[in-house]
Design a protein around this ligand. Sequence first.
Ligand code: NAD
Ligand code: USQ
Length: 405
Amino acid sequence: MKVLVIGGDGYCGWATALYLSNQGYEVGILDSMVRRHWDMQLQVETLTPIAQIQQRIQRWKELTGKKIDLYIGDITDYNFLSKTLRQFEPESIVHFGEQRSAPFSMIDREHAVMTQVNNVVGTLNILYAMKEDFPDCHLVKLGTMGEYGTPNIDIEEGYITIEHNGRKDTLPYPKQPGSFYHLSKVHDSHNIHFACKIWGLRATDLNQGIVYGVALTGLLSDEIIKDELLINRLDYDAVFGTALNRFCIQAAIGHPLTVYGKGGQTRGLLDIRDTVRCMEIAIANPAEAGKFRVFNQFTEMFSVGDLAIMVQKAGKAFKGKAGKDLNLAPDDLDNLDNVKINYLENPRVELEQHYFNAKNTNLLDLGLQPHYLSDSLLDSLLNYAIKYKQRVDKDHILPKVSWHR
Ligand code: NAD
Ligand code: USQ
Protein backbone atom coordinates (compact mmCIF):
# COMPACT_ATOMS: atom_id res chain seq x y z
CA MET A 1 0.00 0.00 0.00
CA LYS A 2 1.20 3.51 -0.85
CA VAL A 3 1.15 5.84 2.14
CA LEU A 4 1.97 9.54 2.02
CA VAL A 5 3.23 10.76 5.38
CA ILE A 6 2.59 14.50 5.57
CA GLY A 7 4.86 16.02 8.23
CA GLY A 8 7.24 13.07 7.81
CA ASP A 9 10.29 15.05 8.93
CA GLY A 10 8.75 15.63 12.38
CA TYR A 11 8.76 13.66 15.62
CA CYS A 12 5.76 11.38 15.02
CA GLY A 13 6.10 11.52 11.22
CA TRP A 14 9.72 10.39 10.94
CA ALA A 15 9.13 7.46 13.30
CA THR A 16 6.01 6.49 11.33
CA ALA A 17 7.71 6.77 7.94
CA LEU A 18 10.55 4.45 9.01
CA TYR A 19 8.23 1.98 10.69
CA LEU A 20 5.82 1.75 7.74
CA SER A 21 8.68 1.50 5.23
CA ASN A 22 10.20 -1.29 7.32
CA GLN A 23 6.84 -3.07 7.36
CA GLY A 24 6.80 -3.08 3.53
CA TYR A 25 4.56 -0.07 2.82
CA GLU A 26 5.56 2.18 -0.08
CA VAL A 27 6.21 5.43 1.75
CA GLY A 28 6.41 9.02 0.57
CA ILE A 29 7.27 11.94 2.86
CA LEU A 30 5.81 15.39 2.27
CA ASP A 31 7.14 18.15 4.52
CA SER A 32 7.78 21.86 4.20
CA MET A 33 10.61 21.76 6.79
CA VAL A 34 8.83 24.63 8.53
CA ARG A 35 9.39 23.04 11.93
CA ARG A 36 13.17 23.33 11.46
CA HIS A 37 12.58 26.97 10.55
CA TRP A 38 10.53 27.59 13.73
CA ASP A 39 13.30 25.97 15.80
CA MET A 40 15.75 28.43 14.25
CA GLN A 41 13.46 31.36 14.98
CA LEU A 42 13.12 30.26 18.62
CA GLN A 43 16.89 29.60 18.68
CA VAL A 44 16.46 26.07 20.01
CA GLU A 45 17.58 22.70 18.75
CA THR A 46 16.23 19.27 19.55
CA LEU A 47 18.16 17.37 22.23
CA THR A 48 19.18 14.84 19.59
CA PRO A 49 21.16 16.01 16.56
CA ILE A 50 18.86 15.35 13.58
CA ALA A 51 20.32 15.02 10.09
CA GLN A 52 18.91 16.81 7.03
CA ILE A 53 15.95 14.98 5.53
CA GLN A 54 17.83 14.04 2.33
CA GLN A 55 20.64 12.46 4.39
CA ARG A 56 18.11 10.63 6.56
CA ILE A 57 16.38 9.10 3.57
CA GLN A 58 19.65 8.23 1.83
CA ARG A 59 20.90 6.49 4.98
CA TRP A 60 17.64 4.57 5.30
CA LYS A 61 18.12 3.28 1.74
CA GLU A 62 21.72 2.30 2.41
CA LEU A 63 20.81 0.38 5.56
CA THR A 64 17.58 -1.30 4.46
CA GLY A 65 17.50 -1.10 0.65
CA LYS A 66 14.11 0.61 0.95
CA LYS A 67 13.24 3.80 -0.88
CA ILE A 68 11.26 6.68 0.61
CA ASP A 69 10.05 9.33 -1.87
CA LEU A 70 10.49 12.94 -0.79
CA TYR A 71 8.30 15.94 -1.61
CA ILE A 72 9.39 19.22 -0.06
CA GLY A 73 6.66 21.85 -0.01
CA ASP A 74 3.80 23.37 1.92
CA ILE A 75 0.31 21.87 1.95
CA THR A 76 -1.20 25.35 2.21
CA ASP A 77 0.02 25.64 -1.42
CA TYR A 78 -2.79 23.80 -3.20
CA ASN A 79 -0.99 23.45 -6.55
CA PHE A 80 2.02 21.83 -4.91
CA LEU A 81 -0.19 19.52 -2.87
CA SER A 82 -2.39 18.32 -5.73
CA LYS A 83 0.63 17.86 -8.01
CA THR A 84 2.33 15.76 -5.31
CA LEU A 85 -0.74 13.58 -4.82
CA ARG A 86 -1.02 12.97 -8.57
CA GLN A 87 2.64 12.04 -8.72
CA PHE A 88 2.67 9.73 -5.69
CA GLU A 89 -0.91 8.36 -5.97
CA PRO A 90 -1.44 7.54 -2.27
CA GLU A 91 -3.93 4.96 -1.05
CA SER A 92 -3.64 6.40 2.47
CA ILE A 93 -2.57 9.81 3.67
CA VAL A 94 -1.26 10.10 7.22
CA HIS A 95 -1.45 13.78 8.12
CA PHE A 96 0.94 15.00 10.84
CA GLY A 97 1.83 18.24 9.02
CA GLU A 98 0.66 20.94 11.39
CA GLN A 99 1.95 23.49 13.89
CA ARG A 100 1.52 21.41 17.02
CA SER A 101 2.62 23.45 20.01
CA ALA A 102 0.05 25.04 22.32
CA PRO A 103 2.55 27.59 23.74
CA PHE A 104 3.72 28.54 20.19
CA SER A 105 0.12 29.33 19.27
CA MET A 106 -0.24 31.51 22.38
CA ILE A 107 2.88 33.70 21.84
CA ASP A 108 0.88 36.53 20.24
CA ARG A 109 -1.76 37.29 17.61
CA GLU A 110 0.63 36.54 14.76
CA HIS A 111 1.43 33.04 16.05
CA ALA A 112 -2.23 32.28 16.76
CA VAL A 113 -3.22 33.31 13.23
CA MET A 114 -0.29 31.49 11.68
CA THR A 115 -1.13 28.29 13.57
CA GLN A 116 -4.77 28.32 12.58
CA VAL A 117 -4.10 29.26 8.93
CA ASN A 118 -1.37 26.64 8.60
CA ASN A 119 -3.43 23.89 10.16
CA VAL A 120 -6.94 24.63 8.95
CA VAL A 121 -5.98 25.63 5.39
CA GLY A 122 -3.57 22.71 5.03
CA THR A 123 -6.20 20.18 6.06
CA LEU A 124 -8.90 21.83 3.93
CA ASN A 125 -6.56 21.66 0.92
CA ILE A 126 -6.02 17.95 1.54
CA LEU A 127 -9.79 17.40 1.60
CA TYR A 128 -10.25 19.25 -1.70
CA ALA A 129 -7.30 17.48 -3.34
CA MET A 130 -8.72 14.11 -2.25
CA LYS A 131 -12.18 15.00 -3.55
CA GLU A 132 -10.74 16.08 -6.93
CA ASP A 133 -8.43 13.16 -7.65
CA PHE A 134 -8.41 10.50 -4.89
CA PRO A 135 -11.92 10.15 -3.46
CA ASP A 136 -11.20 6.59 -2.27
CA CYS A 137 -7.97 7.45 -0.46
CA HIS A 138 -8.20 7.10 3.34
CA LEU A 139 -7.23 10.17 5.36
CA VAL A 140 -5.67 9.36 8.73
CA LYS A 141 -5.54 12.71 10.50
CA LEU A 142 -3.81 13.49 13.77
CA GLY A 143 -6.16 15.26 16.12
CA THR A 144 -5.59 15.63 19.83
CA MET A 145 -7.13 14.54 23.12
CA GLY A 146 -6.95 18.24 24.00
CA GLU A 147 -9.92 18.86 21.70
CA TYR A 148 -12.15 17.59 24.52
CA GLY A 149 -10.65 19.62 27.36
CA THR A 150 -11.37 18.31 30.84
CA PRO A 151 -15.16 17.86 31.19
CA ASN A 152 -16.61 16.57 34.45
CA ILE A 153 -18.01 13.46 32.67
CA ASP A 154 -16.39 10.52 30.85
CA ILE A 155 -14.87 11.35 27.46
CA GLU A 156 -16.16 9.14 24.64
CA GLU A 157 -14.45 8.49 21.29
CA GLY A 158 -15.67 11.38 19.16
CA TYR A 159 -19.42 11.00 19.66
CA ILE A 160 -21.83 10.94 22.60
CA THR A 161 -25.43 9.76 22.76
CA ILE A 162 -27.60 12.36 24.46
CA GLU A 163 -31.23 12.23 25.59
CA HIS A 164 -32.81 15.66 25.72
CA ASN A 165 -36.45 16.54 26.33
CA GLY A 166 -37.51 12.99 25.55
CA ARG A 167 -35.54 12.70 22.28
CA LYS A 168 -32.23 10.94 21.68
CA ASP A 169 -29.35 11.46 19.23
CA THR A 170 -25.67 10.57 18.80
CA LEU A 171 -23.74 13.81 18.33
CA PRO A 172 -20.12 14.97 18.13
CA TYR A 173 -18.70 15.07 21.65
CA PRO A 174 -18.55 18.65 23.03
CA LYS A 175 -15.18 20.35 22.60
CA GLN A 176 -13.44 22.62 25.13
CA PRO A 177 -9.92 23.11 23.76
CA GLY A 178 -7.31 24.92 25.85
CA SER A 179 -5.22 26.89 23.31
CA PHE A 180 -5.48 28.39 19.82
CA TYR A 181 -3.49 25.33 18.65
CA HIS A 182 -5.97 22.88 20.20
CA LEU A 183 -8.77 24.96 18.68
CA SER A 184 -7.24 24.50 15.21
CA LYS A 185 -7.67 20.74 15.66
CA VAL A 186 -11.35 21.22 16.53
CA HIS A 187 -11.83 23.28 13.36
CA ASP A 188 -10.08 20.54 11.35
CA SER A 189 -12.33 17.86 12.85
CA HIS A 190 -15.45 19.77 11.82
CA ASN A 191 -14.14 20.33 8.29
CA ILE A 192 -13.20 16.67 7.84
CA HIS A 193 -16.53 15.46 9.24
CA PHE A 194 -18.39 17.75 6.83
CA ALA A 195 -16.29 16.70 3.82
CA CYS A 196 -16.97 13.01 4.56
CA LYS A 197 -20.68 13.76 4.75
CA ILE A 198 -20.99 15.79 1.54
CA TRP A 199 -18.40 14.10 -0.71
CA GLY A 200 -18.31 10.57 0.67
CA LEU A 201 -14.63 10.78 1.65
CA ARG A 202 -13.27 8.33 4.24
CA ALA A 203 -11.34 9.63 7.26
CA THR A 204 -10.08 8.63 10.69
CA ASP A 205 -9.40 11.36 13.25
CA LEU A 206 -6.89 10.10 15.80
CA ASN A 207 -7.23 12.12 18.97
CA GLN A 208 -3.75 11.50 20.23
CA GLY A 209 -2.52 12.11 23.76
CA ILE A 210 0.98 13.29 24.69
CA VAL A 211 3.68 11.19 23.03
CA TYR A 212 6.86 10.18 24.87
CA GLY A 213 10.01 8.25 24.02
CA VAL A 214 12.32 8.32 21.05
CA ALA A 215 13.66 4.88 20.11
CA LEU A 216 11.48 2.31 18.31
CA THR A 217 13.02 -0.45 20.41
CA GLY A 218 11.63 -3.86 19.48
CA LEU A 219 10.07 -2.52 16.27
CA LEU A 220 13.25 -1.69 14.33
CA SER A 221 16.67 -3.36 14.48
CA ASP A 222 19.32 -2.18 16.95
CA GLU A 223 21.51 -1.21 14.00
CA ILE A 224 18.82 1.20 12.77
CA ILE A 225 18.11 2.56 16.25
CA LYS A 226 21.78 3.26 16.95
CA ASP A 227 22.41 5.01 13.62
CA GLU A 228 22.82 8.75 14.33
CA LEU A 229 21.78 9.77 10.82
CA LEU A 230 18.39 8.20 11.46
CA ILE A 231 17.88 9.58 14.96
CA ASN A 232 14.52 11.21 15.72
CA ARG A 233 14.00 14.64 17.27
CA LEU A 234 13.39 14.97 21.02
CA ASP A 235 12.23 18.42 22.06
CA TYR A 236 12.97 19.70 25.55
CA ASP A 237 12.30 23.44 25.27
CA ALA A 238 9.28 25.09 26.91
CA VAL A 239 7.58 25.76 23.57
CA PHE A 240 7.80 22.43 21.72
CA GLY A 241 8.92 20.04 24.49
CA THR A 242 6.14 18.03 26.14
CA ALA A 243 5.69 16.99 29.75
CA LEU A 244 7.35 13.58 30.23
CA ASN A 245 10.11 14.01 27.63
CA ARG A 246 10.96 17.36 29.19
CA PHE A 247 11.04 15.97 32.73
CA CYS A 248 13.56 13.25 31.79
CA ILE A 249 15.86 15.77 30.16
CA GLN A 250 15.52 18.18 33.09
CA ALA A 251 16.44 15.33 35.46
CA ALA A 252 19.55 14.52 33.44
CA ILE A 253 20.87 18.09 33.53
CA GLY A 254 20.08 18.64 37.21
CA HIS A 255 17.24 21.12 36.61
CA PRO A 256 14.21 20.90 38.95
CA LEU A 257 11.24 19.37 37.16
CA THR A 258 8.86 22.08 35.94
CA VAL A 259 5.37 21.13 37.10
CA TYR A 260 2.93 23.92 36.22
CA GLY A 261 0.56 24.83 39.05
CA LYS A 262 -0.67 22.08 41.36
CA GLY A 263 0.20 19.33 38.88
CA GLY A 264 -3.20 17.63 39.02
CA GLN A 265 -3.65 18.19 35.25
CA THR A 266 -4.39 14.70 33.94
CA ARG A 267 -3.77 13.71 30.33
CA GLY A 268 -3.69 10.63 28.10
CA LEU A 269 -0.18 9.57 27.14
CA LEU A 270 1.41 7.00 24.83
CA ASP A 271 4.80 5.61 23.83
CA ILE A 272 5.96 6.66 20.34
CA ARG A 273 6.07 2.94 19.49
CA ASP A 274 2.31 2.88 19.96
CA THR A 275 1.92 6.01 17.79
CA VAL A 276 3.47 4.18 14.83
CA ARG A 277 1.47 1.00 15.49
CA CYS A 278 -1.75 3.02 15.67
CA MET A 279 -0.98 4.48 12.23
CA GLU A 280 -0.48 1.00 10.83
CA ILE A 281 -3.71 -0.23 12.43
CA ALA A 282 -5.69 2.74 11.13
CA ILE A 283 -4.46 2.42 7.55
CA ALA A 284 -4.85 -1.37 7.51
CA ASN A 285 -8.50 -0.97 8.61
CA PRO A 286 -9.74 2.00 6.58
CA ALA A 287 -12.91 3.91 7.38
CA GLU A 288 -15.90 3.25 5.12
CA ALA A 289 -16.68 5.73 2.37
CA GLY A 290 -18.60 8.68 3.81
CA LYS A 291 -17.54 7.83 7.35
CA PHE A 292 -15.71 10.12 9.78
CA ARG A 293 -14.29 7.82 12.46
CA VAL A 294 -12.78 9.10 15.69
CA PHE A 295 -10.36 7.06 17.80
CA ASN A 296 -8.85 8.24 21.07
CA GLN A 297 -5.16 7.42 20.75
CA PHE A 298 -3.52 7.06 24.15
CA THR A 299 -2.74 4.09 26.35
CA GLU A 300 -2.61 5.44 29.92
CA MET A 301 -3.70 8.48 31.92
CA PHE A 302 -1.38 10.30 34.32
CA SER A 303 -1.36 13.59 36.14
CA VAL A 304 1.59 15.85 35.43
CA GLY A 305 2.52 15.76 39.13
CA ASP A 306 2.60 11.95 39.11
CA LEU A 307 4.79 11.94 36.01
CA ALA A 308 7.28 14.17 37.81
CA ILE A 309 7.34 11.83 40.82
CA MET A 310 7.87 8.83 38.53
CA VAL A 311 10.85 10.54 36.88
CA GLN A 312 12.25 11.45 40.29
CA LYS A 313 12.07 7.79 41.37
CA ALA A 314 13.41 6.53 38.04
CA GLY A 315 16.41 8.85 38.44
CA LYS A 316 17.32 7.29 41.78
CA ALA A 317 16.89 3.75 40.46
CA PHE A 318 18.88 4.60 37.34
CA LYS A 319 21.80 5.69 39.48
CA GLY A 320 21.89 2.25 41.08
CA LYS A 321 21.77 0.41 37.75
CA ALA A 322 23.87 2.77 35.66
CA GLY A 323 26.58 3.05 38.27
CA LYS A 324 27.45 -0.53 37.47
CA ASP A 325 26.76 -0.82 33.73
CA LEU A 326 27.43 2.53 32.13
CA ASN A 327 30.45 4.66 31.75
CA LEU A 328 29.00 7.82 33.30
CA ALA A 329 30.61 10.82 34.93
CA PRO A 330 29.94 11.19 38.69
CA ASP A 331 27.92 14.41 38.22
CA ASP A 332 25.55 12.61 35.82
CA LEU A 333 24.71 10.22 38.60
CA ASP A 334 24.49 12.93 41.27
CA ASN A 335 21.92 14.83 39.20
CA LEU A 336 19.78 11.73 38.89
CA ASP A 337 20.01 10.78 42.53
CA ASN A 338 18.72 14.14 43.60
CA VAL A 339 15.92 15.18 41.24
CA LYS A 340 13.88 18.08 42.62
CA ILE A 341 10.37 19.11 41.64
CA ASN A 342 9.33 22.77 41.35
CA TYR A 343 5.66 23.66 41.32
CA LEU A 344 5.75 26.78 39.15
CA GLU A 345 3.08 29.40 38.72
CA ASN A 346 1.01 28.01 35.87
CA PRO A 347 1.57 29.98 32.64
CA ARG A 348 -1.57 28.36 31.15
CA VAL A 349 -5.25 28.76 31.89
CA GLU A 350 -6.38 25.21 32.69
CA LEU A 351 -7.92 23.20 35.54
CA GLU A 352 -5.23 21.91 37.88
CA GLN A 353 -7.43 19.41 39.68
CA HIS A 354 -10.25 17.78 37.78
CA TYR A 355 -12.05 14.61 36.76
CA PHE A 356 -10.56 12.88 33.71
CA ASN A 357 -11.71 9.55 32.36
CA ALA A 358 -11.38 9.00 28.62
CA LYS A 359 -12.32 5.91 26.58
CA ASN A 360 -9.69 4.38 24.31
CA THR A 361 -11.07 1.00 23.24
CA ASN A 362 -11.38 1.49 19.45
CA LEU A 363 -7.68 0.99 18.72
CA LEU A 364 -7.35 -1.78 21.33
CA ASP A 365 -10.26 -3.60 19.65
CA LEU A 366 -8.39 -3.38 16.33
CA GLY A 367 -5.33 -5.05 17.88
CA LEU A 368 -3.17 -2.39 19.54
CA GLN A 369 -0.95 -3.99 22.17
CA PRO A 370 0.24 -1.07 24.28
CA HIS A 371 3.75 -0.44 25.53
CA TYR A 372 2.90 0.83 29.00
CA LEU A 373 5.17 3.34 30.71
CA SER A 374 7.89 1.28 32.33
CA ASP A 375 11.20 1.64 34.11
CA SER A 376 13.02 0.54 30.96
CA LEU A 377 11.39 3.28 28.91
CA LEU A 378 12.33 5.91 31.49
CA ASP A 379 15.87 4.46 31.52
CA SER A 380 16.03 4.74 27.75
CA LEU A 381 14.88 8.37 27.84
CA LEU A 382 17.33 9.17 30.63
CA ASN A 383 20.10 7.50 28.60
CA TYR A 384 19.38 9.72 25.59
CA ALA A 385 19.16 12.74 27.86
CA ILE A 386 22.55 12.03 29.46
CA LYS A 387 24.20 11.21 26.14
CA TYR A 388 23.21 14.54 24.57
CA LYS A 389 22.96 16.77 27.64
CA GLN A 390 25.77 19.06 26.42
CA ARG A 391 23.35 20.19 23.70
CA VAL A 392 20.79 21.50 26.19
CA ASP A 393 20.45 25.27 26.45
CA LYS A 394 19.18 25.85 29.98
CA ASP A 395 17.64 29.20 28.99
CA HIS A 396 14.93 27.29 27.15
CA ILE A 397 13.70 25.19 30.07
CA LEU A 398 11.46 27.61 31.97
CA PRO A 399 8.20 28.66 30.30
CA LYS A 400 8.12 32.19 28.88
CA VAL A 401 4.80 32.11 27.01
CA SER A 402 1.79 33.00 29.15
CA TRP A 403 -1.91 32.45 28.44
CA HIS A 404 -2.72 35.41 30.70
CA ARG A 405 -1.17 38.15 28.55
P1 NAD B 1 6.48 18.04 14.68
O1 NAD B 1 6.47 19.52 14.78
O2 NAD B 1 7.66 17.30 15.16
O3 NAD B 1 6.24 17.61 13.15
C1 NAD B 1 5.30 18.23 12.32
C2 NAD B 1 5.89 18.26 10.92
O4 NAD B 1 4.93 18.83 10.02
C3 NAD B 1 7.15 19.10 10.82
O5 NAD B 1 8.19 18.38 10.22
C4 NAD B 1 6.73 20.30 9.99
O6 NAD B 1 7.78 20.81 9.18
C5 NAD B 1 5.58 19.73 9.16
N1 NAD B 1 4.61 20.76 8.74
C6 NAD B 1 3.94 21.64 9.52
N2 NAD B 1 3.13 22.42 8.77
C7 NAD B 1 3.29 22.01 7.48
C8 NAD B 1 2.74 22.42 6.24
N3 NAD B 1 1.86 23.43 6.17
N4 NAD B 1 3.08 21.76 5.11
C9 NAD B 1 3.98 20.75 5.17
N5 NAD B 1 4.55 20.31 6.31
C10 NAD B 1 4.20 20.94 7.46
O7 NAD B 1 5.16 17.53 15.39
P2 NAD B 1 4.82 16.05 15.97
O8 NAD B 1 5.10 16.04 17.41
O9 NAD B 1 5.42 15.02 15.09
O10 NAD B 1 3.24 16.04 15.79
C11 NAD B 1 2.67 15.53 14.60
C12 NAD B 1 1.17 15.63 14.67
O11 NAD B 1 0.70 14.86 15.77
C13 NAD B 1 0.64 17.04 14.88
O12 NAD B 1 -0.51 17.24 14.09
C14 NAD B 1 0.30 17.08 16.33
O13 NAD B 1 -0.74 17.99 16.56
C15 NAD B 1 -0.11 15.65 16.62
N6 NAD B 1 0.12 15.27 18.02
C16 NAD B 1 1.39 15.30 18.54
C17 NAD B 1 1.59 14.93 19.87
C18 NAD B 1 2.95 14.94 20.53
O14 NAD B 1 3.02 14.68 21.75
N7 NAD B 1 4.02 15.18 19.82
C19 NAD B 1 0.49 14.56 20.64
C20 NAD B 1 -0.79 14.55 20.09
C21 NAD B 1 -0.96 14.92 18.76
N1 USQ C 1 3.13 20.87 31.77
C1 USQ C 1 3.82 21.01 32.95
N2 USQ C 1 5.15 21.21 32.88
C2 USQ C 1 5.84 21.28 31.70
C3 USQ C 1 5.13 21.11 30.50
C4 USQ C 1 3.77 20.93 30.57
O1 USQ C 1 3.24 20.93 34.04
O2 USQ C 1 7.05 21.47 31.72
C5 USQ C 1 1.67 20.62 31.81
C6 USQ C 1 0.83 21.60 31.03
O3 USQ C 1 0.44 22.72 31.82
C7 USQ C 1 -0.35 20.74 30.62
C8 USQ C 1 0.25 19.35 30.49
O4 USQ C 1 1.48 19.37 31.21
O5 USQ C 1 -1.29 20.70 31.65
C9 USQ C 1 0.55 18.94 29.06
O6 USQ C 1 1.36 19.91 28.46
P1 USQ C 1 2.36 19.49 27.25
O7 USQ C 1 3.15 20.70 26.88
O8 USQ C 1 3.08 18.26 27.60
O9 USQ C 1 1.31 19.08 26.12
P2 USQ C 1 0.25 19.94 25.33
O10 USQ C 1 0.50 21.39 25.38
O11 USQ C 1 -1.12 19.48 25.72
O12 USQ C 1 0.53 19.49 23.84
C10 USQ C 1 1.11 18.22 23.49
C11 USQ C 1 1.53 18.30 22.05
C12 USQ C 1 0.31 18.55 21.18
C13 USQ C 1 -0.74 17.50 21.47
C14 USQ C 1 -1.06 17.39 22.95
C15 USQ C 1 -1.92 16.18 23.29
O13 USQ C 1 2.49 19.35 21.87
O14 USQ C 1 0.69 18.53 19.82
O15 USQ C 1 -1.91 17.80 20.77
O16 USQ C 1 0.16 17.20 23.68
S1 USQ C 1 -3.04 16.52 24.59
O17 USQ C 1 -2.29 17.01 25.74
O18 USQ C 1 -3.74 15.29 24.89
O19 USQ C 1 -3.91 17.57 24.10
